[in-house]
Design a protein around this ligand. Structure first.
Ligand code: NAD
Length: 376
């Protein structure tokens, strides 16, 4: 972005300032490297692009326990590697206090504008550290190194970073794209089962809304995926990232298109909230997809056979542990209608009219939702 500042005198006492920005928005290309064991590639990238930068790795203490040695061993070969800073694992770390504490540590270690920050971890790390990188010295280069399935296929793509406020989730944040994202499938070997399954809900979301062929692939490869066979992991991660990139890129032109990714999230968020976030995000989304599929069938003629296939897939991945029908419909309605996306007292859903034909911001009446909640 190039800028020009001009000051025009209107009369002797009033000045009018004009800041003219030449926002010619050069196409920004963000590389996503997807593969197995990418540490050497990461080092090469840093050497090629940030040779003189101080390199800091920020990570939660869980991930650090698994990967501190490997990260240090490889990054020590850089002359400006400044070590790893860790924070407690878990959603509670997405807080102003944690961000301030990390900023203190970085500035205490004289992290200047010539720093590059690597966010190594799940969605919590990517969101927290990404937001920190966006504001430190008004933005220092960020590298996303997602380690959870959810972070790989969803949260590390699209540039949304942020932290929570006691009033609600993700209320403070920014759009801040990384210089690069390294999706190293080898991280998935140590991801706990529940987190792996939870990430699968987002993968299922892409298949059941955007890509029939991918949906079929998921149905046919449940065992291989759950065994985390490398080829299966590579396929689901690559396909999901490609879809998220396509949707995010299209959104810049089409405004609301990104909300296709809210499939399952309206009811999902409601039960997540009602459970005080004890239900893992992906499990909540999976229960929400069942509601969205049944609403789609009832209101828009989405084929019954597809509803059954979606339910079977959710079950096959063990994501049917929690159901929206376990909650009080009145409470679900309350949470949904208080949501910022609700209009005129009605929640608005991402529904499907037909395969690959979404209906965005569809208002749903209370009696329709209550009917579906009996079964979903
Ligand atoms: N920015 C976005 O667009 C976006 C999109 C979706 C979700 N999110 C956010 O993402 C967060 C959830 O992400 P998450 O599920 O990855 O949570 P997380 O970062 O808390 O990771 C889940 C757990 O898995 C552990 N873990 C991660 N990778 C591991 C590995 N390879 N080996 C061993 N343990 C590992 C973590 O330490 C943590 O305990 C939420 O805060 C949500 O708001 C952001």
């Amino acid at each position: 972005m190039r800028g020009q500042f001009s000051l025009t005198t209107i009369n002797t006492t009033i000045f009018m300032a004009t800041l003219q920005l030449n926002l010619d928005s050069p196409v920004r290309q963000i590389p996503y490297f997807i593969g197995d064991d990418l540490w050497r590639d990461l080092v090469e990238f840093l050497r090629a692009n940030f040779e003189r930068h101080s390199v800091f790795v920020l990570s939660d203490d869980n991930i650090a326990r698994h990967y501190r040695d490997r990260a240090s061993e490889v990054l020590d070969s850089l002359s400006h590697f400044r070590g790893m800073i860790t924070f407690p694992a878990g959603e509670a770390s997405k807080s102003r206090e944690m961000k301030a504490g990390l900023e203190d540590q970085l500035l205490g270690q004289a992290a200047g504008r010539d720093s590059v920050i690597i966010a190594m971890g799940g969605g919590v790390t990517g969101d927290l550290v990404g937001y920190l990188a966006a504001t430190l010295h008004r933005g220092v280069p960020l590298i996303q190194l997602p380690t959870s399935l959810l972070a790989m296929v969803d949260s590390s793509v699209g540039g949304k970073v942020g932290i929570n406020h006691p009033v609600g989730k993700n209320l403070l944040g920014a759009f801040y794209h990384p210089a690069a994202t390294f999706v190293d499938l080898r991280f998935l070997a140590t991801l706990p089962d529940e987190d792996f399954r939870s990430g699968m809900a987002e993968v299922i979301k892409y298949g059941t809304t955007l890509d029939d062929e991918f949906w079929l692939y998921l149905e046919k490869n449940v065992d291989a995926i759950l065994r985390r066979e490398p080829d299966a992991l590579a396929h689901i991660v690559r396909t999901s990232i490609a879809w998220k990139i396509r949707v995010v890129a299209a959104d810049e032109k089409e405004g609301d298109y990104r909300s296709i990714l809210n499939w399952g999230h309206t009811a999902g968020h409601a039960v997540e909230k009602l459970s005080h976030f004890r239900i893992p995000h992906g499990f909540a989304v999976a229960s929400g997809m069942r509601v969205a599929a049944r609403l789609s069938q009832r209101l828009l003629g989405f084929p019954e056979e597809r509803v059954a296939r979606l339910e079977a897939l959710v079950q096959a991945f063990g994501l049917d542990r929690y159901r929206c029908s376990d909650f009080d419909p009145e409470e679900i309605w309350q949470v949904m209608t208080a949501d910022k996306k609700a209009r005129g007292g009605q929640p608005r859903f991402t529904l499907m009219r037909a395969p690959e034909k979404p209906e965005l911001f569809y208002p749903v009446e209370k009696r329709e939702l209550f009917h579906v909640l009996k079964y979903a």
